[in-house]
Design a protein around this ligand. Structure first.
Ligand code: UT7
Length: 358
């Protein structure tokens, strides 16, 4: 009799959060916003920024090392790395090989994926396929994003924001920052990682996924400048007109998130012949607490089956799902054997859900 297909079983998790905590009042020093507005509309109180020069691969390698330690696995035992980020250290290559190098291990297959806020969910699907297909036995999945590098702040803005200068900021900088306030207040830097091990006789592991992409919705969240749609791919006009800054139609993204995340989760559970009653924990992308409260209501899930941490970290894109799960697990919300759904929606448009028995 042939042995069952191997499953990708979660062996360890780890996170990396920068030490510079930025509260809403600090942002209100450099743009027209307030603690009240940010809390009321998004649920966010604080987020964390790296020091200048700390890149996604630095945070990613730190989270990876923590996940490996949690798994009791040496980095040399890995046979595949998958890295999700929308803020790689460089335009190319991706951050994956830098993470491999920073872990100090020999060459191995390293795959970079970039599905933005849904990046880690897509990463889980890739890990599942690699392990089920017998291509890998011990896989590291990292989600890491350094958004502070995207903030269109002048040197003077950084100084006032961080309290290194008294302010007030000059009117032109204040007005410039305020143009992007709907975006700037939402994002923080972080990384999260998971390590998976192939196991043939296990009830645990990644059970399945339902993921989607729709380029017809690209323009509700994207970076219009800087890229191969332009020749040259970057120029001074782009910088002068701030087309390197993401454009976001927040209301449209909000509406799609509150419908797509619950639907993908409910459909995936049904496809796996499981129900919402079987679910122990829902880990949602953390873009807006109001989105997650609406999604929770749509699925009629009680509070103890949901974990949110956007209040402290803001939106950390690819890092969000592992960061939120790691924290929930540490709080005892995902004991061994529990059924966890991960769901996300972000730029692309990409969205979907992944089911994991931990
Ligand atoms: O990871 C996926 C990426 N992003 C998302 O999922 C974002 C989803 N969308 C959202 O989270 C919300 O749409 C936002 C938090 C971005 C915005 O909240 P909203 O309730 O949809 O506000 P709005 O964009 O409709 O703006 C309402 C008002 C506007 O002023 P007027 O036109 O009513 O005078 C904005 O200019 O709030 C103003 N506003 C702000 N005021 C103070 C927008 N941003 C700010 C701000 N501080 N930071």
């Amino acid at each position: 009799m042939s042995s069952p297909t191997p499953r990708a079983v979660l062996a360890g998790t780890g996170i990396a959060v920068p030490s510079r905590e930025i509260d809403n009042a600090m942002l209100a020093r450099v743009m027209d916003t307030s603690d009240e507005w940010i809390l009321e509309r998004s649920g966010i109180s604080t987020r964390f920024y790296v020091e200048a020069g700390v890149a996604s691969s630095d945070l990613g390698a730190e989270a990876a090392a923590a996940a490996l330690e949690d798994a009791g696995m040496a980095a040399e035992e890995l046979d595949y790395i998958v890295c999700a980020t929308m803020t790689p250290d460089h335009y190319f290559p991706g951050a994956g090989t830098s993470i491999q190098h920073k872990l100090g291990i020999d060459p191995l297959p390293v795959l970079d994926i970039r599905q933005q806020c849904a990046g880690f969910a897509y990463g889980l699907q890739v890990v599942d396929a690699l392990i089920r297909g017998g291509l890998a036995r011990r896989v590291l999945l990292v989600g890491s994003d350094v958004h502070s590098c995207l903030m269109p702040y002048s040197e003077a803005t950084w100084k006032v924001l961080l309290g290194d200068a008294d302010g007030p900021l000059d009117a032109a900088d204040y007005e410039h920052n305020s143009r992007f306030r709907h975006l700037l207040v939402l994002f923080g830097d972080a990384a999260g990682a998971m390590v998976f091990r192939a196991e043939r006789q296990s009830e645990s592991g990644i059970l399945g996924s339902a993921l989607f992409g729709d380029g017809g919705q690209k323009e509700i969240l994207y970076v219009p400048g800087v890229g191969s749609a332009h020749r040259p791919w970057i120029d001074m006009v782009m910088l002068e007109t701030s087309t390197q800054v993401p454009v976001m139609d927040g209301r449209k993204v909000f509406k799609l998130a509150v419908s797509h995340m619950p639907r993908a989760t409910a459909d995936l559970l049904a496809a796996q012949e499981l129900s919402l009653e079987d679910l122990d924990l829902l880990v949602m992308h953390q873009a807006n607490l109001r989105i997650n409260q609406a999604a929770q209501r749509a699925l009629r899930l009680p509070d103890d089956k949901v974990h949110n941490n956007i209040q402290r970290y803001g939106n950390t894109t690819s890092a969000t799902l592992p960061l939120c799960f790691h924290e929930a697990r540490e709080m005892g919300k995902a004991p061994p054997g529990s059924l966890v759904a991960f769901t996300a929606l972000g730029a692309g448009l990409h969205w979907g859900s992944v089911l994991v028995r931990v």
